[in-house]
Design a protein around this ligand. Structure first.
Ligand SMILES: Cc1cc2nc3c(=O)[nH]c(=O)nc-3n(C[C@H](O)[C@H](O)[C@H](O)COP(=O)(O)O)c2cc1C
Length: 213
């Protein structure tokens, strides 16, 4: 199978959230798409190991916050590289609660869905959600998955359906500069030296969490 063609598929970058008993939680997903317009039904592919998966299954509801190009990249670090099992993710962002589900303020807007169907794959569940409520916060530019990779220089962890092993990704480009990789989110800094006071622009960890690749 030639996987390069799969990397030509376009996506956005979203926070998919749900209510875990008395605490909101969620994770980053790129695999969100609209399936029908009337009624408006949305699909999201969620890895079985994600805490968010268990919470959506149990609550029967989820929300999608559409991240903007200028949304704080630390949101992706928190929601995409940590687990709600041991992190109170919503304590670290401004949020509002809609239909009992927390949504991120620093976004283009959101929609809240009630689960109306589920399809299994060996690793992920595709949740189908009927949109109950939605809101646009302003006129911001939505972040695409391509922008996340090209401009923010972010990576995707193993649970993302579009995960590409690091060896395949690094084999693509010339190795002119030294590269230092964040051990938490996979962000790669390129330059002669990694400055001591450098802070990962994606997940916010210090330079000590980077190693040369
Ligand atoms: C850019 C990006 C895209 C991602 N897309 C998905 C996705 O579509 N589906 C998924 O299950 N996980 C995806 N992930 C991985 C989850 O966000 C990640 O595993 C998260 O830590 C799970 O948190 P949780 O255990 O609190 O649910 C993505 C992560 C990133 C950074």
């Amino acid at each position: 199978m030639v996987t390069d063609i799969l990397q030509q598929i376009s996506y956005g970058v979203y926070v998919v959230s749900a209510r875990d008993k008395d605490k909101p939680t969620g994770c980053i997903a790129n695999s969100v798409m609209q399936i029908t317009s009337s009624p408006a039904i949305i699909a999201v592919s969620m890895h079985h190991d994600n805490h968010t998966h268990a919470v959506i299954r149990q609550s029967g509801k989820f929300a999608v916050s559409v991240l903007a190009e200028d949304s704080d990249p630390a949101i992706i670090g928190t929601f995409g590289f940590r687990s709600g099992r041991d992190t109170d993710k919503f304590a670290q962002v401004n949020s509002r609660t809609v239909e009992d589900v927390a949504v991120v303020e620093d976004a283009c807007g959101y929609f809240v869905c009630e689960v109306v169907g589920q399809t299994e794959t060996p690793t992920h569940t595709i949740f189908l959600g009927a949109v109950q409520k939605s809101e646009l916060f302003g006129n911001r530019t939505p972040m695409t998955y391509a922008y996340y990779h090209a401009v923010i220089k972010g990576k995707s962890p193993k649970n993302a359906p579009t995960y590409v092993p690091a060896a395949t990704e690094s084999a693509k480009g010339p190795q002119a500069k030294r590269k230092f990789q964040c051990s938490v989110c996979g962000y790669v800094y390129e330059g002669e030296e990694l400055p001591e006071d450098f802070v990962c622009p994606v997940c916010g960890v210090p330079s000590t969490r980077f190693s040369e690749i």
